[in-house]
Design a protein around this ligand. Sequence first.
Ligand SMILES: NC(=O)c1ccc[n+]([C@@H]2O[C@H](COP(=O)([O-])OP(=O)(O)OC[C@H]3O[C@@H](n4cnc5c(N)ncnc54)[C@H](OP(=O)(O)O)[C@@H]3O)[C@@H](O)[C@H]2O)c1
Length: 323
Amino acid sequence: MVSPSGDVLGEGSHEAVGKPHAEVVALEQAGPAAAGSTLYVTLEPCTHHGNTPPCVDAIIAAGVARVVIGAEDPDVRVSGAGMVSLRQSGVEVIDDLMPVEEAETVDPAYFRHRRTGMPTITLKYAMTLDGSIAAVDGSARWVSSEAAREDSHRLRAEMDAIVVGAGTVRSDDPRLTVRLEGYEGPQPVPVVVAGEGDLPEEAAIWERSPLVIASSSRPIPTGSLVVVEGVGGLPDPGAAARAIADRGHLDVLLEGGSDLAGAWWREGVVNRGVIYLAAKLGGGRGISPLGGVFSRIEEATEVEITSVRSLDGDYRVEFERII
Ligand SMILES: NC(=O)c1ccc[n+]([C@@H]2O[C@H](COP(=O)([O-])OP(=O)(O)OC[C@H]3O[C@@H](n4cnc5c(N)ncnc54)[C@H](OP(=O)(O)O)[C@@H]3O)[C@@H](O)[C@H]2O)c1
């Protein structure tokens, strides 16, 4: 939010579901100085009573003179109505300053969710150079270097939720926390996708009250259970992903293991990937990153590699699924 003479009066971002929207944060900082100012927003201000009151009302009440908008909100409850309300109240609206695609790069998961109801799912695994995420006995600590593991905690910190299959809970007993020195930000919500097998009662994940997704009701020691439609006792990947997004978790990290990641990949619910290539070889057939069978070359899916960087001898490869 900028004054007519160009001074920054307030700045804001939307921290989390249920927290005040960016506009309200900036308006509070500016106080009475907001009257006559220009507000720059990446997303069209909302007009509906969701988890917070409409931002449009607050902008009009504060006497903001001009609003510059990066992208129209695809949310059906807004989609243009915010701009109409502002203009009707005499606020100047500028909405063509940058291409919409550019504005959307600020928060792609939000736009994808509002258009499709789905979260943005990032597949992550660490693999030996000869293609194993674990040895045949299930041991995987540690495939990658300390620098790569630290980077994977930074990746976790960017996410709303982390998903693993029941097999990984049984073999690795993960806590799915961000463990970085000095980190005090929010912890992603742990999600376990269960089939019909056991989830050990003593598993560390129960200390974190996870979201458990299953295709039939089952008792769980802590957390919440969501039952979605299933096939052969396993939750349908699309239904499971949608259930995660329905709870407001839009940026989701899929950490494996092999069977769950393979099923979700083949179903097309994975959008991007971060792969750590460890500077070591297993020397034989271990556990591959994606369970299932790759039977014909035509089945391979092309991806666009968007970044490659070295992490103390290991490599981090990032890609986007093309379709
Ligand atoms: N290096 C790495 O980055 C990394 C990361 C994670 C895991 N790992 C390794 O991966 C191995 C575990 O992999 P995993 O394949 O055994 O276990 P998993 O993929 O974690 O879990 C598989 C289980 O998830 C449940 N499930 C729910 N929906 C499913 C679906 N649509 N398709 C398949 N399964 C579904 C089933 O549970 P039920 O059995 O209960 O029916 C299934 O057996 C361990 O060795 C672990 O160390 C490595």
